[in-house]
Design a protein around this ligand. Sequence first.
Ligand SMILES: C[S@@+](CC[C@H](N)C(=O)[O-])C[C@H]1O[C@@H](n2cnc3c(N)ncnc32)[C@H](O)[C@@H]1O
Length: 230
Amino acid sequence: MTSPDRRTRATIVGVGPGDNGFVSLKAKQAIENADLVAGFETVLNVIRPFVTNAEICSMAYRNQEDVLDYAVDKVREGKSLVVCAWGDLNVSAKELLDRVRRRVDYVDLIPGISSVQIAMSRLGISLEDVVFITLHKRDGVESALEELVYYLKDGRRNIILLPSPYDLMPADIAAGVIEKGVPADREMTVFQRLTHEDEQSWNGCISECAAITTEFSDLSIMIFHRPDSE
Ligand SMILES: C[S@@+](CC[C@H](N)C(=O)[O-])C[C@H]1O[C@@H](n2cnc3c(N)ncnc32)[C@H](O)[C@@H]1O
């Protein structure tokens, strides 16, 4: 006699950078077929039109553990769960992935389009010419900043950096790297809210970025251009 399979699973989907035209068909199908759809409110707003019957489990930074516990309890009762991540789930989304992995036996991953890919498309640069660094994490920000300075001085690649809202934003980062001896005239771009209706792009050199006093969006991405690509 075989016992029923009690192993739990969840699907994590990347929902893209904001415009829901970038949600993949696979992600859309998973959301349409789910019993529960969990994610941060801004992420859920992207895919809300694709939710058919699912119970929506909206998470905030403070209650995310409780919401995931609730959703996984429902998985144990036989419900299917889709957890939504911003952009692509393989780009700076480790903490959310780990939270889900700690709770279920199997995780299916459906990748999405990252803000990093959109930024590269806007600038016409290729992944092989890029170093990617994120400050969007709780641990290891100091070593990420050291790497940033190292690769800026190395000068062989474009550097794509995700700032840390709102602790380390573009102007502070620019001022910080100048202090560490990076040439202040290096060209850079800051994109805000890529693919949203109010998308913005700023271009200039590092010293000009350091002088900006207006607030940047939490959806900001910085690109330091490779010197020979200017
Ligand atoms: C927790 S990380 C998640 C990144 C996501 N997994 C991705 O692939 O885009 C969130 C950060 O990604 C960047 N980001 C995400 N979407 C963005 C957008 N539409 N425009 C600009 N930056 C964005 C911002 O730096 C934001 O603070």
